[in-house]
Design a protein around this ligand. Structure first.
Ligand SMILES: [Zn+2]
Ligand SMILES: [Zn+2]
Length: 322
């Protein structure tokens, strides 16, 4: 019998104490943990990686610019973005980053073009963005407000393997299985100062990911679930679910990779009669007996000698005080 599941989000902060210096810490902020459905609390997938002086974004879903602002960063603080695949919830925030980031204000402030790394097709997106942003660019150039080159997306096409290797930060793309019409699609393994963070992005149960995600400090995986009667009667729900990993699939992935901390993100729990997060965790616990934390937007993960998971403070008065 699997033991009762010791999950999720009933903590303030996990392992606050961290005796390592900040230069040894890999800092990950989950800017967006949602799916295409517009939701104020779960924007499209976007993850900020901070290592030493570097800031890199992996995926750039809806609202990435707003989430950066919420943690006090200008949109222009990032000039390097990796896109996992071309579903809209993973890159629809790109144009906001390109345009707003080019404005020479504290909220923008990028001093060069935006380098965007993606699978085959990234050159078309860069060219399309250059055309789509032309009217705004023309106004701002006429006003002598911006350098037009700062609004440019410079495309870089990547394939499986190391896609970033700079000052100790190594990012590796891992090809995953997100369905036959979404090839290629990638997960990412991020390494810095001996720390390892893995994000599945969108995928079904995948052996290649399992092979390359071994013994991560933190492994964030997507999940999708629907009730059998809904799958049988709602073809659109079935189409969506078939592209993703079930709770039992994810439990098997965690059991076969043994991360120090397992997390769920990108929960595809569609109407009608959506499966609850609690039901997902219960199902997952049939395969994996470790703690699983359900990600929320703006949750920060500091990976040093210890792993700290810090939820975002949404305001209000602490401790239920009135
Ligand atoms: Zn997605
Ligand atoms: Zn997708």
């Amino acid at each position: 019998m699997p033991r009762p599941h010791a999950a999720a989000n009933d903590f303030g902060t996990l392992h606050m104490t961290d005796s390592t210096t900040s230069s040894d810490v890999l800092k990950v902020t989950l800017l967006g943990t949602g799916i295409p459905n517009p939701q104020i609390n779960a924007f499209g997938t976007s993850t900020l990686i901070e290592a030493g002086d570097q800031k890199v974004l992996i995926d750039c879903g809806r609202g990435a610019a707003i989430r950066l602002s919420q943690i006090g960063l200008g949109v222009g603080c990032v000039d390097t973005i990796f896109i996992s695949h071309y579903h809209s919830d993973h890159f629809s925030g790109l144009f906001d980053m390109a345009m707003t980031g080019s404005i020479p204000q504290k909220f923008g402030g990028r001093t060069g073009p935006l380098h965007v790394h993606g699978p085959s097709g990234i050159a078309d997106i860069a060219e399309g963005a250059w055309q789509a942003t032309a009217p705004d660019r023309a106004i701002r150039v006429a006003d002598n407000e911006i350098d037009p080159e700062h609004m440019r997306i410079v495309p870089h096409e990547y394939s499986e393997g190391v896609v970033h290797d700079k000052d100790g930060l190594v990012i590796r793309a891992i090809e995953v299985d997100h369905g036959e019409f979404i090839r290629p699609a990638y997960a990412f393994r991020v390494e810095y100062a001996g720390r390892v963070f893995v994000h599945s992005h969108d995928t079904r149960y995948n052996e290649n990911l399992i092979a390359q995600a071994q013994y991560a400090d933190v492994f964030v995986h997507e999940v999708a679930a629907a009730r059998p009667e809904i799958l049988a009667t709602h073809p659109a729900v079935k189409v969506a679910i078939d592209h993703h990993a079930t709770p039992r699939d994810v439990g098997r992935v965690f059991a076969q990779t043994r991360p120090k901390l397992a997390m769920l993100t990108h929960l595809v729990l569609l109407k009608p009669d959506p499966v609850s997060t609690g039901e997902v965790l219960q199902e997952l616990s049939q395969e994996y007996d470790g703690t699983v934390v359900v990600a929320e937007d703006l949750m920060t993960i500091q990976i040093g000698r210890n792993i700290s998971v810090i939820p975002y403070w949404h305001g209000g008065k602490p401790g239920g005080m009135v």
